[in-house]
Design a protein around this ligand. Structure first.
Ligand SMILES: [Zn+2]
Length: 56
C-alpha cells in the first residue's frame, strides 16, 4: 500500500497489513508516523509528537 510522509512528502510502499494506530518510521526522513486511516490502497499517516527527553 502507498503511504506519504506528511513531513517530507516522500511516497513509499508499506508492506503487509497495516492497522490504525500502528507506528511506522518514514524511510526517508526517519520521523515516526502513526497510521490514522487505511483506504483500499492508501495509508494515511500523521506525525507522532515525540516527547523529548531532556535528561536530568
Ligand atoms: Zn519523511
Amino acid at each position: 500500500m502507498k503511504a506519504t510522509c506528511p513531513e517530507c512528502y516522500f511516497e513509499f510502499d508499506v508492506e503487509g497489513e497495516v492497522m490504525i494506530g500502528e507506528i511506522i518510521d518514514c524511510p526517508d526522513c526517519g520521523v515516526e508516523l502513526e497510521v490514522v486511516s487505511v483506504d483500499e490502497d492508501k495509508v494515511v499517516l500523521q506525525t507522532v509528537a515525540v516527547e523529548e527527553d531532556w535528561g536530568e
